[in-house]
Design a protein around this ligand. Structure first.
Ligand SMILES: [Cu+2]
Length: 502
């Protein structure tokens, strides 16, 4: 029974291109004026070993895209990844057929094909990731930075810090470990090449990309420890900051007394962190790309898929300043180093001095949107129960498992309020596609919270979060837990506008 459900979920996520109507492909030459973005495979070195992963390379050769103030999101996405893929522009509000979700009307991009995207983006710190199968775990993700004129006039150095969780095991293996199925059972349903790049010649020669014996993965199929079961489903081999570990971190040159805008992106599939500024202090000025009134601090929690913009004013002395991310419930960490010219950069251990607590709502409670929703009575109020558990590994919304769900029907122009109620002891970072919502209550306590696209429902039975949004973007929109494995095990539903042909 579990096997059947998982199979259905995976098929739903994979949306096999062969069974779907053809999607118009762009011509082989890049459309005029479009930015080139390439989905591809690449080799990283992690813990001294080669790892074959996916990547998204922008026109400047670096991961992802950075748009100038007012620049249109006009992007030609070429799929050179050797497997079908579809890339979601997380937090942006494009027309629904450009959202990068595998609806029947918008199937994945076949290997070797390309697709043009063209819409007006929202300024701020966003990101992009695959919504195909479990590719996101294999690092098919990258920053999407949209600068604003206001930010440019601040004259701050921009530093992007993108976080990932990493395993030498294939995503299918990790998921099979969670669902307690032998690895082969999942492999029969999902081609391994779809979720993980085929080994390169060098990787297969050294046998490193997927060698279970090498990582001890086979000995502990789920990699779970009883103590942390409610926090971290998977024991990862490494945590990456801009694709690097603290053994060999990114070192960013900064000026004495420099003024920075740190854009933190939690691109991890299944991990939440505390951002630790070390000796520095900062102030959060945006959450999920949308401005909030400044909140000063030295440590900030960040849930899966969320972003934080943190302004930092450096001291006038020279020095090296580690900025780290500590995995919740553990002392494992990753990070980068900000260093002035000539400063000695000491090695920073990947073990923090103390364990970090679970990510909580201490920051969420303090966030106040600078441009909140206009006060208005809700036209539609809907409660969604978050349910499921580890044994069996199944996660649902209102008792339904993706793709066998009943959509929540919306009318254009409605003010919608959604009350999320956790019936589990795991936290769920809930993400709505195509809209900005405001967090308006935590555990029944009203707040004038942040406008954002991903909010954490704490891992406690009865924990509640209420969000509100304007139904202003007709289409079919996914609403799901952004823990990749919860989503793959069913924790996704649809908000659908009336009148959208399906
Ligand atoms: Cu979840």
């Amino acid at each position: 029974m579990i096997s059947d459900l998982s199979r259905r979920s995976l098929i739903g996520l994979s949306a096999s291109a062969a069974t779907l109507p053809l999607w118009p492909l762009s011509a082989s030459a890049a459309p005029a004026g479009a930015l080139d973005l390439t989905a591809e495979t690449r080799t990283l070195e992690v813990n001294g070993k080669a790892a074959r992963v996916f990547g998204l390379r922008g026109p400047d050769g670096r991961p992802g895209l950075t748009l100038a103030p007012g620049e249109r999101f006009r992007v030609d996405l070429a799929n050179q990844a050797g497997a079908p893929t579809i890339i979601h522009w997380h937090g942006q509000t494009p027309p629904w057929k450009q959202d990068g979700f595998p609806w029947p009307q918008t199937p994945p991009i076949a290997a070797g094909a390309s697709r043009l995207f063209d819409f007006a983006p929202i300024a701020g710190t966003y990101w992009m990731h695959s919504h195909q199968g479990l590719q996101e775990q294999s690092l098919m993700a990258a920053p999407l930075i949209v600068r604003s004129a206001a930010e440019m006039s601040e004259d701050r150095q921009e530093v992007v810090l993108m976080l990932h969780d990493f395993s030498f095991r294939s995503p299918d293996d990790l998921f099979a470990g969670l669902t307690r199925m032998p690895g082969g059972a999942v492999h029969q349903d999902v081609r391994q090449t779809e979720n993980m790049p085929a080994p390169s010649q060098s990787a297969s020669r050294t046998g490193m990309a997927m060698d279970k014996a090498d990582t001890g993965g086979a000995a502990s199929p789920s990699g779970m420890a009883g103590m942390t079961m409610d926090l971290n489903d998977i024991r990862y081999d490494a945590f990456l900051a801009n694709d690097r570990t603290l053994d060999d971190p990114a070192v960013v040159r900064v000026g004495k007394g420099g003024r920075l805008r740190l854009r933190v992106i939690n691109g991890a599939a299944s991990s939440q962190f505390w951002i630790d500024l070390g000796r520095l202090t900062g102030r959060v000025v945006a959450a999920d790309g949308r401005d909030v009134h400044p909140v000063p601090g030295q440590r900030f929690p960040i849930a899966i898929a969320q972003r934080l913009d943190i302004l930092i004013d450096l001291p006038r002395a020279s020095g090296a300043f580690p900025v780290t991310a500590i995995l919740e419930g553990t002392n494992r960490r990753t990070g980068m180093i900000l260093a002035t010219q000539g400063a000695t950069v000491a090695r920073v251990s990947d073990t923090a001095p103390a364990e970090a607590p679970p990510v909580d709502n201490s920051l969420e409670m303090r966030l106040v949107a600078t441009r909140p929703l206009q006060p208005r009575r809700a036209d539609l109020v809907h409660t969604i129960a978050l349910a499921g558990g580890m044994q069996p590994y199944r996660w649902s919304l209102d008792g339904q498992y993706w793709p066998r769900i009943t959509p929540l029907m919306l009318e254009r122009g409605q003010r919608v309020e959604i009350e999320l109620v956790n019936q589990t002891t795991m936290a769920h970072p809930m993400h709505l596609h195509g809209h900005s919502f405001q967090v308006i209550a935590l555990d029944g306590r009203k707040i004038a919270g942040a406008m954002r696209d991903t909010v954490l429902v704490l891992g406690r039975k009865g924990s509640r979060v209420r969000i509100a949004f304007e139904a202003d973007n007709p289409g079919r929109w996914a609403f799901h837990c952004h823990n990749l494995y919860h989503m793959a095990a069913g924790m996704m539903t649809e908000f659908r506008y009336r009148g959208i042909p399906v």
